[in-house]
Write a protein that binds this ligand. Structure first.
Ligand code: PLP
Length: 394
């Protein structure tokens, strides 16, 4: 067998490990007594329109067509609807023939990275980052080059990013709104990144691709806005997922698109299709493909997350914890009161608080608190956070 794969399969991610611990602990002491902030599993139902459209599709469509294989890259009508929506909403300038429907953002990312990378290539990643990126990149034989963000804001450190790009850099992977910090890169930041990449491409005489991983695009708070990256940089691929926007993470539906302005866009798209083929990711779940056109632009009710964000940010600050207010997604990144966040997370466990230590996010010394839970869980957990803070003398 492949030893690397055996290792990956025998050791769960820190997030999954804690999630499984939470399940066991809930069985022991009751679900209401465990404050599980481990995983980014949406806690609000999908919009009513999702159910209605699924019923309509099931009742009115020829079942052979509905449940059959679509084209490998997805149904052409669905891809056309996505392109039309993105062009109308963001002026994205995208083309249905350069969209590949996938089983969520995870498959979109593995298709994109497999399409673009060769052994020895480098992928620059602002840290902290979603831990699975490392797994997806390293599978291709390429190397992750983490670049620490500014800890005061969790915005990219632009000078450090620029310095990290070498002749071996093939991809800069961005995730805004960010998991685990909730940071959203504003337009001036995106412009700066586009400038840096353009200059570096020129310097090294080879394309550097920007992959934008956007499962949290619609999850923004206050006045934050998420610029559409194809408008700023030509060599862009966008990975999108309906997991969080429509609360459908278990249904596995998303897409990758190649900007029509990318250098050799047709070849890059062919490589994405080839990667989908090689990875066995042809034909994303058909029923959920056909759901997409009616649900573009809809979201689940995010008001719970908004309320949770406020309650948790205020509550944790009151306890004395250091938190950078997140502009998006549904995560809080909290500074560990002791240097070793694993020890802090273990102590939190004693108070039945399940917090993910940040080492695997490429940024030690923090914990991630996933607040896509019930507001009641947040309210009931605050005394436990207070006790935890007091145990550190905060
Ligand atoms: N990218 C980021 C940043 C995520 O947080 C997640 C899931 O939590 C994914 C990708 C994978 O999303 P999907 O469920 O669509 O595969």
């Amino acid at each position: 067998m492949n030893e690397k794969m055996k290792k990956l399969g025998s050791h769960r991610s820190a997030i999954r490990e804690l999630f499984e611990y939470g399940k066991r602990r809930k069985a022991e002491i009751g679900a209401e007594n465990v404050f599980d902030f481990s995983i980014g599993n949406p806690s609000v139902p999908a919009p009513e329109a999702v159910k209605n459209e699924l019923i309509r599709l099931l009742e009115s469509t020829d079942p052979v067509a509905l449940h059959g294989y679509t084209s490998a890259q997805g149904d052409p009508g669905v891809r056309a609807a996505i392109a039309e929506y993105l062009n109308r909403t963001y002026g994205a300038g995208v083309d249905a023939n350069l969209i590949y429907l996938t089983a969520g953002a995870a498959a979109a990312l593995t298709c994109s990275l497999t399409a673009l990378l060769n052994p020895g290539d480098e992928v620059v990643l602002p840290a902290p980052f979603f831990p699975e990126y490392r797994v997806f990149v390293e599978r291709t034989g390429a190397k992750v080059v983490p670049v620490a963000c500014d800890p005061a804001t969790f915005q990219p450190d632009y000078a450090a990013l620029e310095a990290a790009i070498t002749a071996k850099t093939r991809v800069l992977l961005l995730n805004s709104p960010n998991n685990p910090t909730g940071a959203v890169i504003p337009e001036p930041g995106v412009q700066k990144i586009a400038q840096i990449l353009s200059a570096k491409q020129k310097q090294f005489g080879a394309p550097i691709y920007l992959i934008s991983d956007e499962p949290y695009r619609e999850l923004v708070w206050g006045n934050a806005a998420v610029p559409y990256l194809t408008r700023y940089y030509d060599n862009t691929l966008v990975c999108y997922s309906f997991s969080k926007s429509l609360s459908l993470p278990g249904e596995r539906i998303g897409y990758v698109l190649v900007s029509p302005k990318a250098e050799n866009a047709g070849d890059v798209y062919a490589a994405v299709c080839g990667a989908g083929r090689a990875l066995g990711f042809v034909c994303a779940p058909a029923l959920f493909q056909f759901l997409v056109p009616k649900c573009l632009g809809l979201t689940a009710d995010f008001s719970v997350y908004k309320k949770n964000r406020e309650l948790l940010t205020t509550g944790l600050r009151k306890c004395g914890f250091t938190v950078v207010e997140p502009d998006g997604a549904f995560y809080l990144f909290v500074k560990s009161p002791e240097p070793d966040a694993n020890a802090f997370a273990e102590r939190a466990k004693q108070a039945e608080l399940l917090l993910v230590p940040s080492d695997s996010f490429g940024c030690p010394g923090y914990v991630r608190v996933s607040y896509c839970v019930s507001t009641r869980q947040i309210e009931r957990s605050l005394p436990a956070f207070e006790k935890l803070a007091k145990s550190y003398g905060l």
